[in-house]
Design a protein around this ligand. Structure first.
Ligand code: URA
Length: 190
């Protein structure tokens, strides 16, 4: 039943990111390859696949989660497990399809046993995430959960206080409106 959504089968293996048109695709290919070549990172050593992104790189909406779980590690795409199914429903409730937005994570390799990435691990991936945001150059950045919130906006406040509030942030040359929301995995635990 996880493969059926809205009475349509989902081809989870169709790569929409690198099939998209426009100048961003080559930059994304280079970024993905530099993340694949990261040296000395334990997350990468323990992972099966890099989990780079999904969706439309030309979207004005970019969503950032925390890091891949077991399903994402197996399939190589973000948010394809249980949390992803809830994310799809959250998007559908505002008439958005996951293929119309752009989705990535703070770290691109699965932290073992579904733990959160450490500060040191986040530090390794942050320059790549910043580059990723600058390539996509979205109008709106949606941060799912406190790892994404703290990584992008710093330890400003707890997520329950800031969720739903808009922030303006400059990342390189890119000016974005940022909003945080609870992580779907957290919502499922409630
Ligand atoms: N949780 C995340 O933060 N990202 C994923 O890709 C999957 C689950």
């Amino acid at each position: 039943h996880n493969l059926i959504f809205n009475n349509q089968t989902i081809n989870r293996y169709k790569d929409t990111v690198f099939e998209a048109k426009g100048p961003k695709v080559e930059q994304l290919r280079k970024l993905k390859s530099s993340i694949e070549n990261i040296q000395g990172c334990n997350l990468k050593k323990n992972a099966t696949n890099i989990v780079f992104s999904d969706g439309n790189p030309n979207s004005q909406i970019m969503i950032i989660g925390e890091g891949p779980g077991a399903n994402e590690d197996k399939e190589g795409y973000p948010f394809v497990g249980r949390a992803g199914i809830l994310l799809d429903k959250m998007l559908l409730s505002i008439k958005l399809d996951r293929k119309k937005v752009y989705i990535t994570n703070v770290v691109n390799f699965r932290p073992p046993e579904n733990r959160s990435p450490t500060e040191k691990e986040i530090e390794i991936y942050l320059p790549y995430l910043n580059k990723h945001i600058q390539i996509i150059d979205p109008k709106i950045l949606i941060l799912l959960g406190s790892t994404a919130l703290n990584t992008i906006l710093g330890d400003i406040e707890v997520i329950s206080k800031v969720r739903g509030k808009w922030f303006k942030k400059k990342i390189g040359n890119c000016e974005v409106f940022v909003i945080a929301s609870f992580h779907p995995a957290f919502l499922m635990r409630q």
